[in-house]
Design a protein around this ligand. Sequence first.
Ligand code: NAP
Length: 297
Amino acid sequence: MKLIPHLIDGKAIAQQTHEESRLAVAELRSRGLVPGLAVILVGADPASQAYVRSKDRVCLELGMHSVKHELPAATSQAELLAIVEQLNNDPAIHGILVQSPPPAQIDERAVIRAIDPRKDVDGFHPINVAKLALGESDGFVPCTPLGCQRLLIASGIETAGANVVILGRSMIVGKPLALLLMNKGMGGDATVTVAHSRTRNLSEVCRSADILIAAIGRAEFVRGEFVREGAVVIDVGINRVEDPASAKGYKLVGDVAFEEVAGKCRAITPVPGGVGPMTIAMLMANTIASCRRFAGG
Ligand code: NAP
């Protein structure tokens, strides 16, 4: 039977989240507080430059303070750490983000560890990873997993007791998302399976999912036979594939073969316009939360 799936509109849900952020910023401003985000980019990777520009633009649109450090590709580890230290000590900054991936001479893990965990709005510092694992809510959760959870909650999709299969075990998406969805509380309490490149009988494992989340970085890898009829599918993947029909010569597709899978689903996210817009929305929400915490509530 071909189902007509509910299309989970990430753009609209992100817009809603931005509206909440705008109100929160206005309330903080009325108390003389302005949430501040600093983004550091080392090198001139065009995709990273575009991400940094859009973070800056959204910050300003929401009434937040935004600082951009665009550093030359040859920046040394010591120079980068000095900027992180300066931002750690800057009371106008509540969130610090170093755009990934940095050039080869930079030890990204050391840079993340140098960020004050109270300003680590990306949620990658070991203190914040530990807080997530412990189920403590006063840390920061990485923005893409948080965005996936927000999409599920906003779409009224129950996670409590649901079988969730996450494809991918990265520290950016799969692993923190598994922790988030298995933790107790709203948008959690799921029974989570994490699959990866060494998983046996992958399509069978995926078919056991009430909610299937794909985050592997393989264009249209998840085919119809991976999905149980009536499942919910969240596609985190963003992959460029050649498209001679497009002016750019490429188009973006997810990790899910959308046309083939959509007819079997109860609900599905598109790419683009699904998880993507949520990541930046949650970054703003985390920065606002940080500002509040620094102010004592
Ligand atoms: P990653 O670090 O490369 O991790 C990919 C994961 O997928 C790994 O755990 C890997 O398994 C697993 N995997 C790869 N090929 C597989 C296969 N054939 N079968 C089963 N598992 C496989 O990627 P990532 O950073 O998590 O990103 C994943 C995707 O999400 C990418 O398309 C990325 O562009 C996208 N993404 C989107 C957003 C957003 O804002 N929407 C944010 C972040 C990432 P092993 O561990 O065994 O190698």
